[in-house]
Design a protein around this ligand. Sequence first.
Ligand code: NAD
Ligand code: LMR
Length: 328
Amino acid sequence: MTATPLKVAVTGAAGQIGYSLLFRLASGSLLGDRPVELRLLEIEPALKALEGVVMELDDCAFPTLAGVEIGSDPTKIFDGVNLALLVGARPRGPGMERGDLLEANGAIFTAQGKALNQVAADDVRIGVTGNPANTNALIAMTNAPDIPKERFSALTRLDHNRAISQLAAKTGAAVTDIKKMTIWGNHSATQYPDVFHAEVGGRNAAEVVGDQGWIENDFIPTVAKRGAAIIEARGSSSAASAASATIDAARDWLLGSADGDWVSMAVASDGSYGVPEGLISSFPVTTKDGNWEIVQGLDIDDFSRGRIDASVAELADERNAVTELGLI
Ligand code: NAD
Ligand code: LMR
């Protein structure tokens, strides 16, 4: 018997990330053989372009694509969805700071949070990729009071993957030998990629690297500023890697993280590691059956404490800014 399709909403579906994400979702990267039904949200002027993308999806004849619906009304598109991937937002251009985007994007996530609250399935999970992702997730969560807070997350998996890739290149290890990477804080240049709890081939990563200078002056800034470096090089923000990370995050959330490892997700803080309750901040988490749990009991030294606090302070500032704008 064929499994019931998972109803997956994608916003900003005609955008750059959408152009990679939709084909991965439709071809089984998320759930293997289980079919998906795509619900694609766009603003009115982008619907024609989206129709073209849907023609291409049709032309792939994916066995796991159970249907596609498109539209510009979130209350129709989100109706009954089990997973909502909120990608649509205005991307950062050269020279723009992410803070500039708060106001432009705040309104989008207010309306979408309300619509999800009204019509999404009872088991909905919501992943926010559109920037500023943490605060957009906070806005959507606050505007969806009937959906449990644990169902919202913002994407820091791209940063997590970037950190694994940099550490693998430095140590000559395979990416599969790197475990327990953590991104703390905001998906921004203040984020803290933490190698002190990571492992390379079962050994402590910081010890394997043995070079604090590289960690501080090379690894951390390279990972934290990777988004800006890609914008500088490509003239537009990362798209295929962002789509890939969006899928990695959603797949692990729904199906579970690997034994003996953890992943990074920005989720509503319960006060763990001194992060003020309610802020959507990145933590090391394990996932199982659509739930996540923050990894507890990690020793945080002064260096890590300072980095985490700086990124969390930025999140608190963003929360204050959107509070003043009346968005939450
Ligand atoms: P894009 O400009 O190519 O596409 C965005 C799409 O969103 C557009 O098609 C636009 O019409 C649509 N959109 C705008 N308002 C909308 C609304 N109210 N409802 C539905 N759709 C709407 O941008 P992109 O390159 O696909 O990037 C999308 C977002 O993802 C940006 O905010 C970008 O900064 C962010 N991003 C996040 C990460 C991450 O790791 N968290 C990584 C890369 C990019
Ligand atoms: C990225 O990390 O690639 C994106 O978030 C781009 C950006 O705006 O920093």
